[in-house]
Design a protein around this ligand. Structure first.
Ligand code: NDP
Length: 480
């Protein structure tokens, strides 16, 4: 199947007629092609978006809200179909796609359909000066949205929905590795009557198509989710043009477990926070830190639970661990297993590639637990982004905090304890954008989402996203 660019409500070939292969990771085979879009395709998408902007930005909030709600409805109507497409394109288990990815994509549209009708701005009366100031929040114009492969439709729509709700028009690029559900979203937008040019999707490589979006002088804001290295590059390209930037980047998140926690709940959630989506979630708790007094018990119980996880074909509903997204990513994960010994680690469970009968060329890897003693080792400092976690013990609250903060990343942290004072002390001092206490990945879309340190700049979610996608202007009116 050939995916095409979605520009001006039409599905079009790339101008150069150059194409890239799209792989099904479960079987390791090409199953389609996508445009290898160039600068010229990005320009064409920009022109469509720029033309659509004056009209779209003047749609009433109710009109915009109604269209976003219809997109949400249609995503839910097509849930099974979209989940199958996502699972095939990404390698994630069909059950995860059905329970998490696709419902959340619908929620993204539903949430911003409502949020935009409640979004208000400030006014300030300048007492004694006979003046009233108010803040006008206008859409930016044409914005760029670039998303990664791990939660394809979920993260793509997390940007698209607030951007169009706020009245912008978009040039968007999903990951070249997982283009399918973004393509299907274009079809849904046509079905619900999203006006032409409001959303334009160009497919292709990050280094050419993505780069052209970031370099485009008239695309005034870039919302990017992806790796820290790419984020730093985008910041360097965008800064001289003074673009507004939202960067959601990598993570190496601590999962801190105290002896006073609800043990069984913690254990079950820790299995999930370690290996959901094959560990390919920026929020996964890839560094497990356990209080010394329960360390040996945890180690035994955790390994036993991990051994029960079923690595299998993503389309099988009993599969826990599907395929990794690409051969290249599988090789990256394996390269970290190669250095375990040299980094002073010990594999307690897993560590091997899996060959599934009938799917021998798919990209499967065992859920892997590595015991380490030195937080400075590469296994604990670098983002592996696969089904690999490390565990190590700590003695005191202070030790736990020091270990947790001793990385360049600062996306999220999880804390397992029933002690309120400890919760507040540690939560306040964790250098992360998000802290979960006695839970993981419980999301309320009104909350600010994003990372500290090298995990990002800016926040998405709730009104933060609408603030990002609008330009505040102060209007000061003097009266007599
Ligand atoms: P990448 O940074 O490789 O890519 C992300 C997106 O950027 C892709 O669409 C990619 O294109 C594109 N891109 C690559 N180079 C450029 C460039 N020079 N200019 C513009 N765009 C470019 O990340 P991955 O796709 O590998 O995703 C995994 C990373 O994303 C992990 O580090 C993970 O932690 C992070 N992430 C962060 C989240 C957060 O909210 N903080 C959430 C989810 C993931 P292409 O791949 O098609 O070449």
């Amino acid at each position: 199947m050939k995916i095409k660019n979605y520009i001006n409500r039409e599905f079009v070939n790339p101008i150069s007629n150059s194409w890239l292969d799209n792989y099904n990771p479960a079987i390791g085979e090409v199953y389609g092609q996508i445009p290898n879009s160039s600068k010229e395709d990005v320009e064409k998408a920009y022109q469509a978006a720029a033309k659509a902007f004056p009209k779209w930005s003047n749609f009433t909030l109710e009109e915009r809200s109604k269209i976003l709600s219809k997109i949400a409805d249609l995503i839910l109507e097509k849930l099974d179909f979209l989940a199958e497409a996502e699972s095939k394109d990404n390698g994630k288990s069909i059950s995860l796609a059905k329970q998490v990815d696709i419902p959340r994509a619908a929620s993204n549209f539903r949430f911003f359909a409502n949020a935009i009708t409640q979004f208000s701005s400030e006014s300030h009366e300048s007492v004694g000066l006979n003046a009233i100031n108010f803040t006008l929040r206008q859409p930016i114009g044409v914005v760029g949205c670039i998303s990664p492969w791990n939660l394809p439709l979920y993260l793509f729509t997390w940007k698209i929905a607030p951007a169009i709700a706020a009245g912008n028009c978009i040039v968007a690029k999903p990951s070249e590795v997982t283009p399918m559900t973004a393509h299907l979203l274009g079809k849904i937008c046509n079905e619900v009557g999203l006006p032409k040019g409001v959303l334009n999707i160009v497919h292709g490589l990050g280094t050419t198509t993505g780069q052209a979006i970031v370099e485009h002088p008239k695309i005034k804001a870039i919302s990017f989710t992806g790796g820290t290295k790419t984020g730093a590059h985008i910041a360097r390209v965008a800064a001289p043009m003074f673009k507004k930037l939202s960067l959601e980047l990598g993570g190496k998140n601590p999962n801190i477990i105290f002896a006073d926690c609800d043990y069984e709940k913690m254990l079950a959630t820790t299995v999930r926070s370690s290996f959901a989506n094959q560990g390919q979630i920026c929020l996964c708790g890839s560094r497990i830190l356990v209080e010394e007094s329960i360390y040996e018990k945890f180690k035994k119980d955790f390994i036993q639970k991990v051994a029960d996880l079923k690595v299998g074909n993503p389309s099988d509903s009993s599969t826990d661990i599907g395929a990794l997204v690409s051969k290249q990513h599988l090789e990256k994960v394996k390269s970290y297993i190669d250095i375990v010994e040299q980094e002073g680690g010990k594999i307690l469970s897993g560590g091997l590639e899996v060959t599934l009968p009938n799917y021998e060329n798919g990209y499967y890897f065992q859920p892997t637990v590595i015991e380490i003693t030195d937080n400075k080792c590469r296994l604990n400092q670098e983002e592996i982004f696969g089904p690999v976690v490390t565990i190590m013990s700590f003695k005191t609250d202070k030790d736990a905090l020091t270990l947790a903060n001793d990385v360049k990343y600062g996306l999220s942290g999880t804390l397992w304890t029933n002690n309120l004072n400890r919760t507040m002390q540690i939560a306040k001092q964790l250098q992360t954008g998000i802290v979960w206490v006695n839970t993981w990945m419980l999301r309320d879309l009104r909350t600010p989402f994003g990372g500290a340190k090298e995990s990002g700049v800016g926040r998405e979610g709730g009104f933060e996203a609408l603030r990002f996608f609008t330009e505040p202007k102060n209007i000061c009116i003097k009266y007599e």
